[in-house]
Design a protein around this ligand. Sequence first.
Ligand SMILES: [Zn+2]
Length: 292
Amino acid sequence: MADRANVINAGVITTAALNTAYLSILQTLHKHELRATAAFVTCFAAEADVMRDHLPLFEQMAEINPAWFGNMLPVLRSGSLDGWSGNGFYRAMATAGHEMAWHGTTHLHLSDLTTREAINLELELATKLFTSLGHTPRTIVFPRNQVGNLSILRHYGFEAYRAGLPNGLSNKLMGLLNEWNIYDQGVLETPKTQDGWQVSPAGQFLNWPSGIRALVPVSVTIRRWKSLLTTAMKRGGFVHMWFHPHNFITAPAMKTAFEEIMRFVSELVKSGDMVNLTMSEANEFYKMGRPE
Ligand SMILES: [Zn+2]
C-alpha cells in the first residue's frame, strides 16, 4: 500500500492501527494452532535504522522511478516512520513459526515491464536487508500478483512463487460475482513444478468488504469458504487463502470472517480431515504426486 498516496494522506495506516491488525491475525492463528505464509515487503520488514543506512540506494532507485518513490523518500529523509515499519510484526510472525516469504523489496511490481536496472536495484537492496533480518526467503508472492523476471529471480535463489491472477475487467467482475457463490467448489488446482519453479495456484482472496465488495455480507463469505473447505476435504482438494493484513484496518468485518473460517479449518485439521501447510510445505507435499 506504500504506493497508494490517497491511503497514506488519509493517515489511516498508523503503527497503532497496524498493531491491532497484525495482533488479531497472529492471535487467531495461534488460538487455532494454524500456520501460514507471511509474505513481507522487505522495506516494511526491515528495522527503521537499517533502512536509513541505505538512503543512497533509495535515491538511486527514485531516479529511475520518481513517481514510485515520491512518497517513500521524504519519509525516509524525515526519519519519522510511523506506519512504515513492520519489523516488530515480521519478528513476531517469524517467532510464531510461520513461513516468511517475499513480497518484493518496495512493492514495486516485478513484471517483465519493469526495467532490468530497477529490478537489479530492488534485488541489491533486498540482499542487504535479508542479511540484517537474518533470513533469506525462497518463496515469492509477487506485488499485485504480477509475475515476471523469473530468470533473474531464480538466479537470486528464489525457488517458489504464487501464480498471478488473470487480468482484465471481465475476470475481475467474475471474481467479484463469485464472492456470492456459497456453493463454490474451486479446489482442484494444486501446486506444481514448472520451468524449474514450484508454483502455487493463484489462490482465493478473503473478501475485503470495502467499496463495492462491502455489498457481500460476511455470512456469505463464511458460507463460501466453508463450501471450499468441505469440498477439499471430501474430494482431496487444495485451498489457499490470501489477503493483505492492512485490509483489516479499513474493513474490520474481515476479522469476523477470518476468525470463523480459521476455527472451521482447525476443526478439520484436528479431526484429521485436512492438513495445514505453508506454501513451501505444500510444494513438498504435492511434489510426491497428488494424494488420494
Ligand atoms: Zn501487496
